[in-house]
Design a protein around this ligand. Sequence first.
Ligand SMILES: *[C@@H]1O[C@H](CO)[C@@H](O)[C@H](O)[C@H]1NC(C)=O
Ligand SMILES: *[C@@H]1O[C@H](CO)[C@@H](O)[C@H](O)[C@H]1NC(C)=O
Ligand SMILES: *[C@@H]1O[C@H](CO)[C@@H](O)[C@H](O)[C@H]1NC(C)=O
Ligand SMILES: *[C@@H]1O[C@H](CO)[C@@H](O)[C@H](O)[C@H]1NC(C)=O
Ligand SMILES: *[C@@H]1O[C@H](CO)[C@@H](O)[C@H](O)[C@H]1NC(C)=O
Length: 214
Amino acid sequence: MGCLSWKYQVLCLLSFLFHSTPSSFSSSLSSISPCSALLHFNHSLSLDSSASPSYHTSRIQMCDNSYPKTASWKEDKDCCTWDGVVCDQTTRHVIGLDLSCSWLSGPIHSNSTLFFLPHLRTLNLAGNCFNESLISPEFGKFKTLTHLNLSYSCFIGKIPYEISHLSSLVSLDLSINDELLIETPVWKRVIHNLTQLGNFFSMTRICPQLDLIL
Ligand SMILES: *[C@@H]1O[C@H](CO)[C@@H](O)[C@H](O)[C@H]1NC(C)=O
Ligand SMILES: *[C@@H]1O[C@H](CO)[C@@H](O)[C@H](O)[C@H]1NC(C)=O
Ligand SMILES: *[C@@H]1O[C@H](CO)[C@@H](O)[C@H](O)[C@H]1NC(C)=O
Ligand SMILES: *[C@@H]1O[C@H](CO)[C@@H](O)[C@H](O)[C@H]1NC(C)=O
Ligand SMILES: *[C@@H]1O[C@H](CO)[C@@H](O)[C@H](O)[C@H]1NC(C)=O
């Protein structure tokens, strides 16, 4: 994906938005357990310390103590005990995933098994480098998500409309992703639909003229 031109990526995303239907991939994997979903997600990425360099400005300090959380994950242990994973004590659903500053490198595509964790309430992937992938529309599937943090993680392109489906969001951090754009209609929908949103950290540009470029 990294090699494709910007314009092509925008077109890709647009066609995805217009033609998105539930994929057969989704239905074939809908019964995957949360632990297998995490395991597949882990295998889809690689570890690279340069994906989590420390970041300092006068206001922000990030990734001072980065380390690869997933390196200690063991297949023979319950995933609820893995570093960065939080489960509900009674239901055993995975409700929290904090892999911030964990050296993660590689793209997160729409077919990632990350999106098979339907009970997530907090997701922090800040301070990694997801190889200039787009923010997948699948992020809109996390209906119970209250905290989403994709700061400083090499995401590029347009923020998908589906972000506005996350109506439980209290905090959304998309800051320090230099090439992330939000279009006015999406922005308006976010304001309109995410009524709980108290914190919106973003350094993205509002870019209605993108339509003209196409
Ligand atoms: C997002 O995560 C980073 C890294 O852990 C942290 O520094 C930042 O404060 C978080 N953002 C929010 C809004 O909590
Ligand atoms: C998760 O990925 C890391 C790095 O690729 C690897 O060291 C670790 O063994 C993996 N854990 C599992 C449970 O597969
Ligand atoms: C991510 O990008 C780096 C640097 O461009 C590259 O070496 C690596 O192979 C990529 N990883 C994946 C999974 O695409
Ligand atoms: C997921 O999607 C990417 C990009 O569309 C593709 O390269 C990859 O092979 C797919 N992986 C699986 C497991 O289907
Ligand atoms: C607003 O959020 C609700 C609840 O998730 C969702 O059903 C609805 O589709 C969203 N509306 C728009 C226009 O995105």
